[in-house]
Design a protein around this ligand. Structure first.
Ligand code: SAM
Length: 467
């Protein structure tokens, strides 16, 4: 794979803050692969569990991502596919520079209050899972992705993460103009020309052209213009790309500050992070550049604004939801551990568990957006028992009292391949299948076999070698 960077790119970056052509080219030629991940605090909440998960990935050489509270570098890339913790949602494999979103969020919003947050360009879910870990449980995250197949992947990753306070939508940015002044925080991790990822994915180099940078820049303006009405007065907008090009970074900030009532916000940096501060020519907006030759991460750009004007939400009349009846709730009671203020919504044959702010928002969101997933799907209550859903198994709402079968690594991988690991157990009927205390999914144990309810579309397809 060639790491020869386009001359037009290198020339266009001349003069940008922090750009050093020599070291920039060298670091791309060296082609070091950096592996980083972010732990899921909801599943690795104690130092012992966090340590165990990291140890299982690498016995030594793990270090902290300096600007992230849950981010770690691994000395080499393990096979995440063959790690049950990965499938249990114990961590998300995320590029280190992007984890700086945490600092941007902490610098701009009060995380102790209930917030309505939109992640507009969310698939596959790196920023969404980070946002979810930062906001309070009584906040609401709308994770949106315009491309249908990618929205499905986003949904799966949100299910794995296990949180109840997330709605996954599949809408075009312009649809959000139907929610004027709705969100306290909007994150736009915009589609871009991708030069920041050339070291990691050199196959992207061939797709780069100055014309594409211009197209991306125009699209970024369109996306921002479409979504800005959905930000409330004094709400926050965070804009990011993985492009080095000023047309997609500083020039977008100048364009935003010139066309909208936006006040740029500074994010405090530590010098030892080696993140480069950039100030735009026209409107003095500050943004942050991440160069792979200066820090341990890929190329990234981020900036924050406060919206100085805003319309207010007009919540029209929305249809009332159908709630689960007393019998259905009785059937579900032994399976779940749900806070008292949650709502139980009936959706077709299934029951959704929704935290209060999400339940209050849903009738309106359902009218305006195409919802792919909301809260936690508990399953289908029958006359006597629940047919439990995978979402419940992976969530924090599943009862700790349920029968569970713990598997060692080889059997856990067989389970994740949707095979029958042939376990000798006294457990009969429905049970959670666990790996070192973390739920992987459901199975039904019969006298001579196990029915594996791991979702077919999520099963491991790769051949296991060397175990
Ligand atoms: N935020 C994601 C994460 O951290 O995992 C990565 C997002 S990626 C940089 C940009 C996303 O924007 C892609 O998922 C892409 O499908 C989506 N996208 C592409 N064209 C778009 C458009 N016109 N409007 C909104 N989103 C678009």
């Amino acid at each position: 794979m060639s790491y020869q960077l386009p001359a037009a790119l290198l020339n266009s970056l001349a003069g940008l803050p922090g750009y050093n052509r020599e070291t920039f080219e060298q670091v791309h030629m060296a082609a070091e692969k950096i592996t980083s991940l972010r732990l899921n605090p909801a599943k690795t909440g104690t130092p012992e569990i966090a340590q165990e998960v990291l140890q299982s990935l690498s016995s030594s050489g793990v270090s902290k991502v300096p600007w992230s509270s849950e981010g770690y570098y691994l000395p080499a890339r393990p096979s995440f596919t063959f790690d049950p913790y990965f499938h249990a949602g114990a961590y998300y494999v995320q590029e280190a520079s992007s984890m700086f979103l945490e600092q941007a969020v902490r610098a701009t919003v009060d995380l102790t209050t209930p917030l309505k947050v939109l992640d507009l360009c969310a698939a596959p879910g790196g920023k969404s899972t980070l946002l979810q870990s930062l906001i309070s449980p009584d906040s609401l995250l709308v994770a949106n992705e315009v491309i249908k197949a990618r929205a499905a992947l986003l949904s799966d990753n949100i299910t794995k993460w296990g949180a109840a306070n997330v709605v996954v939508t599949n809408n075009d940015p312009r649809d959000f103009s139907r929610l004027p002044g709705y969100f306290d925080l909007v994150v736009v991790d915009a589609p871009c020309s991708g030069s920041g990822l050339f070291r990691r994915n050199p196959e992207l180099i061939a797709e780069w052209s100055p014309e594409n940078v211009t197209l991306c820049s125009q699209r970024q303006q369109r996306i921002m213009a479409d979504v800005l009405p959905a930000v409330k007065e004094n709400g926050i907008v965070i804009y990011s790309t993985c492009s080095f090009s000023a047309a997609e970074d500083e020039e977008i900030l100048d364009w935003l500050a010139s066309h909208f009532e936006l006040e740029n916000i500074i994010v405090p940096l530590e010098e030892k992070w080696h993140i480069v501060t950039t100030v735009t020519n026209k409107r003095n907006c500050t943004g942050y550049r991440f160069y792979p030759d200066q820090l341990k991460g890929e190329g990234f750009f981020i900036a924050c604004f406060r919206k100085r004007s805003g319309e207010s939400v007009r919540n029209g009349k929305a249809p009332k939801p159908t709630l689960a009846n007393a019998k259905q709730r009785d059937v579900m009671a032994p399976w779940t551990n749900v806070p008292a203020d949650y709502q139980y919504w009936q959706h077709q044959e299934e029951i959704l568990l929704l935290p209060p702010l999400l339940a209050a928002a849903m009738p309106f969101l359902q009218q305006q957006l195409y919802i792919r997933k909301a809260g936690v799907k508990a399953g289908q209550p029958g006359a006597k028992e629940l047919i439990p859903d995978h979402q419940l198994a992976l969530s924090g709402l599943v009862s700790e009292q349920l029968p569970a079968v713990s598997l060692e690594l080889p059997q856990a991988l067989q389970y994740l391949r949707k095979e029958d690991p042939g376990i000798d157990t006294h457990v009969r009927g429905w049970a959670l299948v666990k790996y070192k205390g973390m739920s992987l999914g459901w199975a039904k144990f019969l006298p001579n076999r196990m029915n594996n309810y791991y979702p077919k579309e999520l099963r491991i397809l790769k051949e296991i070698t060397g175990l």
